[in-house]
Ligand binder design. Structure first.
Ligand code: C2E
Ligand code: MG
Ligand code: MG
Length: 685
């Protein structure tokens, strides 16, 4: 199991909002695809409903017209006719009763005659209406014939009764004839009534059939509309959910589900003018994790870690935003000096420190935080962000795993740094850089054996110490351009000294880790050698332990290639990094440079003395030469010489010199050491 950075366990971490949890709220992809696939069906259904609606309207219009056509004669003729026939039937019935009551009661003749008269009027009127409604119908004609017979026979019978002249038998015959005619009259009326009723029934049956047909169609249309409406509702629901999802995505980071940078900026602008604090954070060494384990692994770590940060921040009333990569922002409605804010940010730092296991790796990481509060550290969102960012950078530079709050001094430092950064970008073209050469002495012969090239920068008339601008160049990537420039200068200087016949000297060039691991490094070295014509064995490259140990096999390959080119290689500041003796054995190097921190307080029987002796012994046992740097005193010189250290470099022997001074130094040294030296004038040229 490899131990790298601390990281919360993916398994035990709460589900990130962008992970599976989001699926519960938002539509699945298959649902969305299904909705898209149904689109032609939606159009087809809608077209069908519209078409059916039009057809149905036309059909309803036609059916209504038919019904109206059918029912008009009914209401105009048949129904009044039926009423008329019923009236005639009643009248006939009444006449029948009246004439039968007359028999044997002669005194009632007067009253009968009145009935007869009324009956006659009813018949006349009724027949006239029947003729109007039914025309020259044979039944009507028959009715008329029978009716006129009755109206003629009735009064005659009544008068015969009143006069008492006719024999009784004749009276009965007359009455029987009238009764027969009355029955015929009633039958004929009933036949006509039956016909009329049949016509009404036929018409209403046809109407009912039409109404039933159209009603069925309306029901079918309703069912179709209902189904379409349900389908459309589903479709619209899917669409609304997609819109919701899009709206959510527009303001949220897809990986973590947290609100994104844009939302954060909007949120800052909306905040009321009450104290709040902006905390910017970044996961330390996240780039190394991604570089080593890939982006997929990095994504899972971000998801998991951000879930922890979010949960912790929420417990303290903070809102988390993912800005990009490993960068987050947390917004607290607390003043920056509020003790509750210190608790909240401490909890954030702790939440990331807890180690966890993923893919068989136990990972350890940490968080850097920078805070700026409204209104003390800025009153506009832009100023707050700038200041929180400056604090964050400072926290990272100080090693990470901590919170730094913005302060005016920090701001001044940041501004100074930014000024230096901008100045450094133009330092080469402005001719502000110069290479100095610090002489190195052989302890067995006391002769000058070489120089270390040290870069100097005069910015706005003042020297900027390398300890300030070299790390800055390293951080901003400008070290590659600077390193190449130094390489070219040194190679040219070495070639010049060679051409002028100086004794063989080595010039050591400091190579930064970033420059060494850059893909074009080998080419740059070759170009510098080629362009200058310098002998490769007069150039020494100083590399720090960390570079080679962290670079692994690739670093060893580069070192081998450099050695094949004929260059000298040394390990600078030896003893200050995480040296691996196993690796050291495999490095194709020539020299170890004991760091000046061991030399500075060198005195007999001290720990430093033990270390320096041990390094000298180690170097010699590995077949390497050893140089001690930072030698300032005679005592240091004597001790190192006594321990058989090969070379020294330091103020005791010489300070760093510019090119002209170094040339003069070579001349002097060669004269003092008995070496054949060129004329000083020629060397200076
Ligand atoms: P370094 O490579 O360890 O260089 C030795 C440093 O010790 C130099 O500091 C030198 O001036 C200083 N020094 C030499 N003798 C003595 C002494 O007796 N006493 C004291 N106190 N100091 C002494 P300098 O020039 O300030 O450079 C500092 C560091 O900057 C160098 O440490 C090196 O790491 C880096 N550096 C300088 N020039 C370059 C360069 O061209 N490229 C790169 N990548 N780094 C450079
Ligand atoms: Mg050095
Ligand atoms: Mg050094």
């Amino acid at each position: 199991m490899t131990r790298i950075f601390s990281w919360p366990s993916i398994d035990d971490a709460p589900v990130a909002r962008g992970g599976p949890g989001i699926g519960r709220r938002l539509l699945t992809l298959s649902q969305r695809l299904a909705a898209q696939r149904y689109r032609p069906a939606v159009y087809a259904l809608l077209a069908t409903v519209i078409g059916c609606g039009i057809v149905l309207s036309v059909m309803m219009e036609r059916t209504t017209a038919q019904i109206r056509l059918r029912s008009a004669p009914l209401f105009e003729h048949q129904v009044p006719l039926l009423g008329e026939l019923a009236h005639l039937e009643d009248a006939t019935q009444r006449y029948h009763h009246a004439i039968n009551r007359l028999e044997g009661r002669r005194g009632a003749v007067e009253r009968f005659l009145e009935t007869d008269e009324a009956f006659g009027e009813d018949l006349t009127l009724g027949l006239a209406r029947l003729r109007e409604g039914m025309g020259d119908d044979p039944e009507v004609a028959q009715l008329r014939t029978v009716a006129s017979r009755i109206t003629r026979a009735g009064p005659r019978y009544a008068q015969a009764l009143a006069a008492q002249q006719a024999p009784r038998r004749a009276e009965r015959t007359m009455l029987a004839a009238i009764n027969r005619d009355l029955i015929k009259l009633r039958d004929t009326i009933q036949v006509l009534e039956g016909r009329s009723r049949a016509a009404i029934t036929a018409s209403s049956n046809a109407t009912e059939a039409s109404v039933a047909g159209i009603t069925r169609m309306v029901h079918m249309f309703n069912v179709l509309s209902l189904l379409t409406a349900i389908f459309m509702m589903y479709h619209i629901w899917v669409r609304f959910r997609s819109e919701d999802e899009l709206a959510h995505q527009a303001g949220h980071d897809p990986l973590t589900g947290l609100p994104d940078r844009r939302t954060f900026e909007l949120r800052l602008q909306e905040l009321p003018e009450q104290p709040y604090t902006v905390v910017l954070g970044t996961i330390d060494r996240f780039g190394a994790v991604v570089g080593g384990y890939g982006h997929g692994f990095g994504d899972r770590m971000i998801q998991s870690l951000v879930a922890r940060i979010d949960a912790t921040a929420q417990r303290h009333g903070g809102q988390v935003f993912r800005l990009d990569g490993a960068n987050i922002a947390v917004l607290y409605r607390l003043a920056r000096h509020d003790p509750a804010l210190a608790d909240a940010t401490d909890a954030l730092l702790c939440s990331v420190r807890t180690p966890f296991t993923c893919d068989n790796h136990e990972l350890f990481s940490s968080l850097s935080l920078g805070a700026a509060g409204f209104p003390d550290d800025g009153i506009t969102p832009g100023a707050l962000l700038r200041n929180a960012d400056a604090a964050l950078r400072q926290a990272r530079r100080a090693g990470g795993d901590q919170l730094l709050a913005y302060s005016r001094e920090l701001n001044a430092r940041t501004e100074h740094r930014l000024g230096l950064e901008a100045g450094l970008r133009r330092a080469i073209e402005r001719g502000e850089l110069e290479v100095y050469y610090q002489p190195q002495q052989c302890l067995s012969t006391n002769a000058l054996v070489g120089f270390e090239a040290l870069l100097r920068w005069r910015h706005r008339g003042e020297m900027v110490p390398p300890s300030e601008f070299i790390p800055l160049a390293e951080e901003t990537g400008q070290i590659i351009a600077l390193g190449n420039w130094v390489l070219r200068q040194v190679c040219q200087q070495a070639a010049l000294w060679q051409r002028l016949g100086a004794q063989p000297l080595t010039i050591a060039v400091n190579i930064s880790p970033r420059h060494f691991s850059h893909g074009s490094f080998l080419d740059n070295v070759c170009q510098a050698l080629h362009a200058s014509g310098a002998r490769p064995d007069t150039i020494e490259l100083e590399i720090t332990e960390g570079v080679v140990f962290a670079g692994g096999e690739r670093a060893i390959d580069v070192l081998r290639a450099l050695r094949e080119l004929g260059l000298q290689l040394s390990i600078d500041d030896f003893g200050t990094g995480y040296s691996s003796l196993a690796y050291l054995k495999r490095f194709p190097i020539h020299k170890l440079k004991i760091d000046q921190s061991f030399v500075r307080h060198l005195a007999p029987h001290t720990g430093d003395a033990q270390i320096v002796q041990a390094v000298i012994g180690l170097g010699h046992n590995l077949g390497l030469s050893v140089i001690a740097e930072g030698v300032e005193t005679e005592q240091q010189y004597a001790m190192l010489r006594g321990w058989r250290c090969d070379e020294i470099q330091g103020h005791y022997y010489a300070f760093p010199l510019n090119a002209a001074e170094a040339t003069a130094f070579i001349v002097q040294a060669s004269m003092a050491g008995g070496h054949a030296a060129p004329a000083p004038a020629a060397l200076a040229g």
